[in-house]
Design a protein around this ligand. Structure first.
Ligand code: SF4
Ligand code: SF4
Ligand code: FES
Length: 215
């Protein structure tokens, strides 16, 4: 089938893009960076981090660019004060129960959350809840193998590992035990990874944007 193109503007500049493409994809194709923690092109579209928000003329609210498709005449703004402010707040909300021990974290220098916080000049969170941070577990019962380590305290529940296991490893070994606050990544019956069909391919580790899953 022939691809239909639509005409849109991004930050005032006109582009002709395939109809139905996600805003985040066309922005990135145009060289415009969109912050995103939970989105992994073709693999994960959980729409849970709300860092990818953009302003679209006529829309009442900011839109998550990872799940919003482009349409004819769309006017998109990625760097307006409203967008920047929302991203900053959403980052601080993610950091509200995240241990701020970047300097000693195994992912120091390779963590997308750390990079985003740095680029938005965020050193701590206005919403930081030390009790919540302490409540988050350092270890989990299914982390008994010597190859892949999981630190729930660092997990931002983005879902990328779950989708990577399902779509890249085609294995469905890990999933969400619950959603929202109190949610966690787990294996069936919290069994150790070595007691599941896990192939230790590490696709989940590669997909993790923070230091929650490491080899
Ligand atoms: S190592 Fe591979 S098979 Fe095992 S949980 Fe991770 S993605 Fe799934
Ligand atoms: S372990 Fe990593 S990839 Fe998986 S949900 Fe947590 S932060 Fe996301
Ligand atoms: S990247 Fe869009 S909500 Fe996370």
């Amino acid at each position: 089938m022939k691809t239909k193109f639509v005409s849109i503007t991004i930050n005032g500049r006109q582009y002709s893009v395939p109809e139905g493409e996600k805003i985040i994809a066309v922005c990135r194709e145009a060289g415009i960076d969109i912050p995103a923690l939970c989105y992994l092109e073709g693999i994960s579209e959980e729409a849970s981090c709300s860092l990818c928000v953009v302003e679209v003329t006529g829309a009442k609210t900011l839109l998550r660019s990872c799940v919003t498709a482009v349409s004819e005449g769309m006017e998109i703004f990625t760097g307006s004060p409203r967008v920047q402010n929302a991203i900053r707040i959403n980052l601080e909300l993610i950091l509200a129960d995240h241990p701020l021990d970047c300097m000693t974290c195994d992912s120091d220098g390779g963590c997308q959350l750390q990079d985003l916080a740095y680029s938005f000049g965020i050193k701590t969170s206005r919403f930081l809840d030390p009790e919540k941070v302490l409540c988050k577990k350092e270890k989990t019962s299914w982390d008994t193998n010597p190859f892949i380590q999981f630190t729930p305290a660092k997990c931002v529940l983005c879902g990328r590992c779950v989708n990577a296991c399902s779509k890249q490893a085609v294995n469905d070994v890990i999933g969400f035990a619950m959603r929202g606050h109190g949610g966690k990544v787990s294996t069936p019956f919290d069994r150790g990874l070595e007691q599941t069909d896990c192939k230790f391919c590490a696709e989940c580790v590669q997909a993790c944007p923070v230091g929650a899953l490491i080899e």
